[in-house]
Design a protein around this ligand. Sequence first.
Ligand SMILES: Nc1ncnc2c1ncn2[C@@H]1O[C@H](COP(=O)(O)OP(=O)(O)O)[C@@H](O)[C@H]1O
Ligand SMILES: Nc1ccn([C@@H]2O[C@H](COP(=O)(O)OP(=O)(O)O)[C@@H](O)[C@H]2O)c(=O)n1
Length: 208
Amino acid sequence: MIIAIDGPAASGKGTLSRRLADHFGLRHLDTGLTYRAVAASLLANGKPLGDEAIAIEVAHNLDLAQMDKSVLSAHEIGEAASRIAVLGGLREELVKLQRRFAETPPGAVLDGRDIGTVVCPNASVKLFVTASPEARAKRRTDEMISKGQDANYASVLEDLKRRDERDSQRTVAPMKQADDAVLLDTTEMDIETAFQAAVDIISRAKDD
Ligand SMILES: Nc1ncnc2c1ncn2[C@@H]1O[C@H](COP(=O)(O)OP(=O)(O)O)[C@@H](O)[C@H]1O
Ligand SMILES: Nc1ccn([C@@H]2O[C@H](COP(=O)(O)OP(=O)(O)O)[C@@H](O)[C@H]2O)c(=O)n1
């Protein structure tokens, strides 16, 4: 079984995906980390973010098992990831890796922006997880503060909105709810309520 979870930044898709993978006995891939890992490598080596040939080479050599979420989750790496995510050739290279992961038994939960539309269009179940920009900015700010980082709600809100705009307006694989995805708006839900709602949706879809 493949479960596709898409949605904007800090909507809770990673948290949900990890729990769903655990619950249904599947593997999990946070595809955002693949874009973040390529961006982090370009930044660390002083390469321009627009250099697609180098980005593709980094992606080609990417080892999913070596991606370190604690390093890659830095706010500025998210911004850089969204800037390289407009490069079509880079996306093709990463999508190959992501599909290979998804198609390995017993199946997987993948989360990102284009899982239901491009990476796994035949997924058994698709969710589009969202929440208001204000709720998402509050979650991300709280998350950064809990890790001891500096975070300012107003600038996090502005950054998330700018990233959402770039992710949904790009020409290649824009962030978009797939026609057959179920919308899950978690603005008024805590993590447990959102998880139960997702389990219900997936269990119903599995039985169809
Ligand atoms: N429904 C929710 N209510 C409150 N906080 C949430 C909820 N879902 C996730 N969070 C918190 O919000 C932050 C961002 O969640 P995350 O799963 O990383 O989002 P995404 O993967 O969409 O960027 C995390 O600190 C997480 O614990
Ligand atoms: N499947 C995906 C996943 C991420 N991305 C890009 O990578 C960036 C970082 O994604 P992420 O999921 O780690 O970001 P957060 O939602 O965790 O903040 C996004 O803003 C997108 O530009 C993408 O284009 N396609």
